[in-house]
Design a binder for this molecule. Sequence first.
Ligand code: OVM
Length: 405
Amino acid sequence: MLEGHKEIEVPADVPVWDVDPYDPAVLADPLDYYAELRSKGPFAYIPKYSILTCGRYEETKEVFSDWERFVSSRGVGIQDFNLEEPWRPLSIVLEVDPPEHTRTRAVIERALSPRSVANQKETYSTAADKLIDGLLEKGTFEAMEELAETYPTTVFPEAVGLRETDRQRLVDYGEMVFNALGPNNELRRNAMAKGPEVVPWIMERCQREQLTLDGFGSTIYAASDTGEITEEEAGLLVRSLLSAGVDTTVTALGSAIWCLANNPDQFDLLKAKPDKARWAFEETMRFTSPVHSFYRTANVVTEVSGIKIAEGTKILCVLAAANRDENHWPEPDKFDIDRRPSQHLALGVGVHACVGQNVARAEGYAVLMSIAKKVESIELAGETVWRPNNSIRSLAHLPITFRGK
Ligand code: OVM
């Protein structure tokens, strides 16, 4: 075993690539690694971890969406749950395959439906306007802390229906969940060290009596009254919301500001037509891929693009590399809000595609819309610093100056 999974032979016709995708230097500045990955062919074998990795659009999409051959039930991180215990009770929507997945997914899908999210749009835009007004008054601010973290940790806990919230604990739990998918490196160990402080608090928030009667959480628990799921399962599905709904949107919002600050011509286009906010957010997701990679596990002997893949092979699907594939995207390294990148892989693809995407888009739209209406210029006001994470690409620091209209 290596990092909790079976060591595999190098498949025929697959290049061996002596790289560490989890090297903090690679995680902080990954574009060359993505380009080299795509240049290797459909797959490369990484001996340090005995994994296959893929980053071309076509193969990444194929592996990611074919749940029958490439399962999630053996974990979407480097560990194989057939061989090693996961760090927490399994997610009953992420780390499971159909048919079990279909039942739990339906419940979350209902809770986060377009109609349910539409009911909250006004709340999202009021909160965005208030936040942006406050930041305009400050002028210069730390956009990761004061905008990207503040916004989701204000609107999302309320949308879920948490009676008690704590920005730091929500962010720290997200950091644990996403670092946990990588090897047992320093990033993972440091994140895991926060467990005793964070996990009991999160689990308590998932209990029915801790939730209001009008949030996503209450809709999920309603499904336990009809017997569709058990009450214990409802708690685990609320845990999924708190696992996946914070770090991802924090990252996407921070990266959206970073993209607009670095591309003033694109911000001009957005100001001229604030309705483009939806597409500016979509392009941010393609361009920056908040979740840079997830694994699948080959559950059978199979073949992709003529490459034979052994059962038990862990495949690192680099969504961020696929989103920059020159064979799929014209000028992939250009941030272009007039592109309509609806086929990007930042939210995954197939039966496991992000179930919170309506919420994520509503948050992104509200914030970018408010900025488009109120802000004249967005400028970097100091050094930007990236925060390495085994599965998320996020900024740690983003000093920004807003000037008002
Ligand atoms: C979960 C979950 C879902 C999506 C992403 C995620 C690793 C977690 O169900 O806990 O982050």
